[in-house]
Design a protein around this ligand. Structure first.
Ligand SMILES: [Mg+2]
Length: 375
């Protein structure tokens, strides 16, 4: 079975409400829908994470597509590894990973459809019956955050996740209000690289009073040493997120004992296979991994769910993102957590049924204003 064609569609995914994190406020996310067709009529679906404008990601995918057409669908490792060394990808592995992960996802979808099995089974088989997800607190004001946190705790999420890095006063006020709203549920705080070493040590000392489950990526993404210094100074577990993309990054974090947890997505790692390699390195170091979420639709959340089902050293409270969108791109499967949990998927491949009307609307939104979408 050979690859016959690769279709790429840039999309804008509008958030229900402004998405606050330490870097900026987002109003929509850019992705590229990847549809791979085979010479015997199967179609695989994937999603590449992009940025506005998404034409660079589209061009990169089409450049790779020209080399993939006519190649066997089953040669995923050879094709993706080869593509990672093409042209400028060789110098920009992070960008390459975000592009290639969507393409690789679609190839796995085809393999699963051809075999009649869900993707998690092709990747080694499920080691659990469900994946646990966190309740992602949304809101602009402290009151809005506390109200949302209360609702998420009432809905049964065991892990509640809050962005910090919005300024010391706001962080302390928001964290106190959310802790009060969720009782003794696990509270996870994510600073998204907001702090220097000194600021991180200061802030974590103050935020420690609210008993965080862990503090995620307190320091700049480029310095593993900074994170290690923080970890060695504070008494709160530290998770590495933006500091980790590739399996080699995971090795380095583990070798330097710079984090207690690795937060990672297949887009960052460069595909489902690469995520598996990264998770295995962490597992060998006794470090668990947590699924990470960029601004994505249910396509990526579904692919990540297959990974979560088959990854032995997975944490509780993983990240999904489709629930933050005005509308999702998929009609099935239903990935709405029940008491924080989503169960096994049994349909062949990723098991995704696209909502074609929603895809059309997301394509129209993208074309309307390609530079829309953050402040
Ligand atoms: Mg994070």
């Amino acid at each position: 079975m050979k690859i016959a064609g690769i279709k790429t569609t840039p999309l804008a995914l509008a958030f229900k409400e402004p998405y606050h994190w330490a870097g900026r406020v987002d109003y929509a996310a850019a992705v590229v829908l990847v549809e791979v067709e085979t010479d015997d009529g199967l179609t695989g679906i994937g999603e590449s994470v992009a940025a506005f404008p998404a034409e660079g990601t589209v061009a990169a995918l089409q450049g790779v597509a020209a080399l993939f057409v006519g190649e066997p669908v089953f040669d995923i490792e050879r094709l993706i590894t080869g593509a990672r060394h093409l042209g400028s990808f060789n110098h920009t592995p992070w960008s390459a990973n975000f592009v290639l992960a969507g393409l690789e996802m679609a190839l796995w979808d085809i393999l699963g459809k051809a075999a009649g099995w869900p993707v998690h089974r092709l990747l080694g088989g499920a080691v659990r019956d469900f994946v646990d997800y966190f309740g992602f607190v949304q809101g602009d004001t402290t009151d809005e955050l506390a109200d949302d946190a209360r609702d998420l705790a009432a809905a049964g999420y065991d892990v509640i996740y809050l962005k910090v890095g919005r300024g010391e006063a706001a962080d302390l006020r928001n964290t106190a209000a959310v802790r009060a709203a969720i009782g003794d549920r696990r509270l996870r705080l994510d600073a998204n690289c907001a702090w220097s070493v000194a600021e991180a040590i200061h802030m974590i000392a103050r935020l420690g009073a609210f008993e965080p489950d862990w503090i995620e990526q307190p320091t700049p993404l480029s310095s593993i040493a900074a994170m290690r210094q923080v970890k060695e100074t504070v008494g709160v577990p530290i998770a590495a997120d933006q500091a980790v993309f590739t399996p080699a990054d995971v090795y380095e974090i583990c070798r330097q004992r710079a984090a207690d947890v690795i937060v990672l997505s297949p887009h960052e790692a460069g595909g489902l296979l690469a995520f598996g390699k990264a998770a295995a390195i962490a597992e060998a170091a006794g470090v668990p991994v947590c699924l990470h979420g960029q601004g994505v639709s249910g396509i990526t959340d579904c692919a990540q769910h297959h990974l979560g089902l088959r990854t032995a050293n997975l944490t509780a409270g993983n990240q999904i993102m489709h629930q933050l969108l005005v509308e999702d791109l998929i009609a099935a499967p239903d990935l709405t957590p029940v008491r924080g949990r989503v169960g096994l998927l049994e349909k062949p491949g990723l098991g995704i049924e696209l909502d074609r009307d929603a895809v059309r609307r997301a394509a129209e939104l993208y074309e309307k204003d390609k530079r829309y979408h953050h402040s």
